[in-house]
Design a protein around this ligand. Structure first.
Ligand code: SF4
Ligand code: SF4
Length: 461
């Protein structure tokens, strides 16, 4: 007898009454929706593996570089100074998710989320092959051993797959060239990245071996948003209560079409009963549709007792495509995307940042002149090398020392140089003197920046 307090009934699909985990081994349902999702799943896997190798305009299709604080998407690089562009991009993604959910429910969870795609079409098929399908035990493998050879083989294959997925995932952050260098060298030469890789591999292995549906139920916030993102006209996977109830054996007179076989429950990867209505745990994977359709075929009833529908349609109300959120989300998305594209189109081919020298704001030379150090940082947004000429106006009677002028900056690279301006002390009024800094790349780019040199506040001694 359990030493834990026992609940009156199961409170969660993945928790037993004594609080222990209810391990779910869903029965596969090889129906039409399963086959469609399989095509999508393997296509998405291919896309995930291919993207780090794809170049657009000579740049990665996707690269989120934390050390450089840059994000490259489809050949366009967002720099740390591109806060507005990045915010517009994020806003467009979030509004796009809102729109997708309002129209098609949790289609992302069931069809596109890596958690579903890899668990259902990579890890679970291997488990079924080695340990048996729905009837397989979590505790024992096919031979009845906890640590039998089949289970060990499964864990080893999972580890290899996790290693591969972790490497692919890391390529999105460091690029394939850097990854190839690390893979060929000793981990002691790059201990931090090796640790990141090891932790990512273990996390992926743990997720697909043990945590599984808990990621959707506990860790992912998206399911909890569905109550606000969906409306009663949104497309959901739903049980036709009117047609199915009262449930009972097919031979019993007066029952609905549901024969209470529970095939929809045993196939559900999150362990819920779709007949209880729309639930947070439902990832809209369509497995219960396939399971129920095959039962309906067997009992000679029309398919679609569980189907894609909406809460209003199931209640017998007319489908209404146009409703406020389906109009407002596209308008917001068009505005956000339009602003993003416009801001990208008018963006200059280079970014210039001017900073004061480190340390004291100015220094006094032996001949009495006041020296200011100006740091000029240039980011070349193009893909070819460029030479940026630096010109300083407003320094008549003074001297400009620019060790690197023009400044050569490679495509997609940021470089910094220092310019020193020496001015007679009497040119400073109230401790300042106004100049302009012009950074030019021929006729392609020109940026004029007003600047104030610092000097002694007393002016001439
Ligand atoms: S699979 Fe269909 S018939 Fe069987 S219990 Fe579920 S809804 Fe009822
Ligand atoms: S209820 Fe149906 S659609 Fe929802 S998660 Fe379970 S099997 Fe998938």
């Amino acid at each position: 007898m359990s030493s834990h307090p026992v609940a009156a009934g199961r409170v969660l699909p993945t928790m037993n009454e004594d609080g222990s985990r209810n391990w779910i081994r869903p029965r596969p349902s090889d129906g039409a929706w399963w086959k469609r999702r399989r095509v999508v799943a393997y296509t998405l896997m291919f896309v995930f593996f291919a993207i780090p190798h794809v170049k657009v305009f000579g740049k990665p299709a996707f690269l989120m570089s934390f050390p450089k604080r840059e994000f490259t998407l489809m050949g366009y690089t967002f720099l740390p100074t591109d806060t507005l562009l990045f915010m517009l991009l994020l806003a467009s993604i979030v509004i796009g998710i809102f729109l997708l959910t309002a129209l098609f429910g949790r289609v992302w969870c069931g069809w596109g989320c890596p958690q579903t795609v890899y668990l259902e079409y990579l890890f679970r098929p291997i488990e079924r092959l080695l340990e048996g399908g729905y009837t397989g035990s979590r505790k024992l493998d096919r031979e009845g051993n906890f640590w039998g050879p089949r289970r060990l083989l499964k864990y080893a294959i999972y580890a290899l797959l996790s290693l591969f997925l972790a490497h692919t995932f890391l390529a999105y952050f460091v690029g394939t060239e850097q990854l190839a260098v690390w893979v060929q060298r000793s981990p002691f030469e790059h201990p931090t990245s090796f640790m990141v890789m090891a932790i990512t591999t273990i996390a992926i292995w743990y997720n697909f071996t043990y945590f599984r549906e808990q990621t959707c139920l506990i860790a992912c916030p998206y399911g909890r948003w569905q109550s606000v993102l969906l409306d009663r006209q949104s497309v959901i996977v739903a049980y036709d209560y009117t047609r199915g109830e009262p449930r009972g054996k097919a031979s019993t007179v007066g029952t609905g079409d549901c024969i209470d076989c529970k095939a929809c429950v045993t196939t559900c990867p999150t362990g819920i009963d779709i007949r209880n209505g729309l639930q947070m745990e439902c990832v809209h994977c369509t497995q219960c549709i396939d399971a129920c359709d095959s039962i309906m075929d067997k009992v000679g009833k029309p398919r679609g007792l569980i189907r894609y529908s909406s809460q209003e349609a199931l209640a017998g109300k007319p489908r209404r495509f146009l409703r406020p959120r389906v109009v407002l989300y596209p308008v917001a998305l068009a505005l956000s995307l339009g602003a993003l594209l416009f801001a990208m189109a008018i963006k200059e081919s280079a970014d210039v940042t001017v900073l004061r020298g480190l340390g004291a704001p100015f220094s006094e030379e032996a001949d009495g002149r006041i020296a200011n150090q100006i740091r000029i940082k240039v980011t070349n947004r193009g893909s070819d090398d460029a030479r940026y000429t630096i010109a300083i106006d407003g320094v008549t009677g003074g001297r400009v020392i620019a060790p690197e002028n023009p400044l050569l900056v490679g495509g997609g690279v940021t470089r910094e140089t220092s310019v020193f301006v020496l001015l007679p002390r009497d040119r400073f009024v109230n401790g300042e003197h106004a100049i302009t800094i012009t950074v030019k790349d021929g006729a392609r780019f020109s940026n004029v920046i007003p600047w104030r040199l610092q000097g002694p506040s007393g002016g001439a001694p």
